[in-house]
Design a protein. Structure first.
Length: 103
């Protein structure tokens, strides 16, 4: 069984026991995460497509770790003007393991 979920402005195709890295989520102390925005649920040839969401469907996951992504450098230079700007950015990420899909 698989599902397509939406979180952080992106869509992910997930199945049970998948490990997924998404944008930072506010996770409770018990480490359980619930994704209610399920766009599609499928099992073999049986597929339910939501309009836009599948009603009553949810995906549960457990927290693996809260981490940060690689550093991205935004460097701007105006040639011949002695003008340079360098900004660094690291995105906060959450790694989760999918524990169940209920339709």
């Amino acid at each position: 069984m698989y599902a397509v979920i939406k979180t952080g402005g992106k869509q992910y195709r997930v199945a049970k026991d998948d490990v997924l890295t998404v944008e930072k989520l506010d996770v409770k102390d018990d480490g359980k995460v619930e994704f209610a925005e399920v766009l599609l649920v499928g099992s073999g040839a049986d597929v339910k497509v939501g309009k836009p969401l599948v009603s009553g469907a949810k995906v549960t996951a457990e927290l693996v770790e809260q981490t940060r992504g690689p550093k991205v450098i935004a460097f701007r230079k105006r040639r011949r003007k002695n003008s340079r700007r360098k900004h660094g950015h690291r995105q906060d990420l959450t790694t989760v393991r999918i524990t169940g899909i209920s339709a």
